[in-house]
Design a protein around this ligand. Structure first.
Ligand SMILES: CC(C)(COP(=O)(O)OP(=O)(O)OC[C@H]1O[C@@H](n2cnc3c(N)ncnc32)[C@H](O)[C@@H]1OP(=O)(O)O)[C@@H](O)C(=O)NCCC(=O)NCCS
Length: 147
């Protein structure tokens, strides 16, 4: 199985939207992903197999900080290193663009994702109460230094 990792283009939006729908309970619209392809702050990596998007990850560059918007891998491809390769590509891109840190919010009960970020040298730095709805706090994580 040959998986390629590359920057998202406009033609990938439908596939990225499908992955979003399959992976998240709070969904972005297809239009919002389309807008991301035109947003100069946005940087998205897609993972593709035989023309199908199976995962993606993105961040907004805000000055010298990279803010992760979303990262997701289709369930059947999880725990095989796809998310890690997307993260590696995002870290390399953020570093190349002059970022010195990366941050994100993750649901407090999303243990697979929290483990994923801890493995990638992110640490818990704060909490946003009810960020994902009543009783669902957002954990703020940061990675300082991208090298
Ligand atoms: C988080 C996510 C992107 C990880 O993608 P993935 O392709 O499964 O990750 P990888 O196979 O590259 O795993 C890398 C590391 O993450 C951690 N990890 C990944 N899935 C895990 C799980 N289910 N339980 C515990 N740790 C996990 C492990 O440390 C793993 O390293 P290891 O294989 O050496 O143990 C994926 O679980 C996903 O799409 N989840 C749904 C969407 C989501 O919650 N996104 C995050 C929103 S903030």
């Amino acid at each position: 199985m040959m998986i390629s990792y590359r920057l998202m283009q406009s033609r990938d939006v439908a596939g990225v939207f499908k992955v979003d729908q399959a992976c998240f309970s709070h969904n972005w619209t297809e239009d919002s992903y389309q807008a991301e392809t035109k947003n100069i702050l946005s940087n998205y990596i897609v993972a593709e197999v035989d023309g199908e998007i199976i995962g993606f990850g993105g961040f907004w560059q805000v000055l010298d900080e990279a803010h992760i918007t979303n990262i997701a891998v289709r369930e059947t491809y999880r725990q095989t290193g796809v998310g890690q390769r997307i993260m590696n590509a995002m870290l390399a891109l953020a570093l190349e663009k002059g970022c010195v840190g990366m941050t994100l919010e993750v649901r407090g009960d999303n243990q697979p994702a929290i483990n994923f970020y801890l493995k990638n040298k992110f640490t818990r730095e704060g909490r946003r109460k009810d960020y994902y709805g009543t009783g669902m706090d957002g954990i703020i994580m940061w990675r300082y230094g991208l090298e």
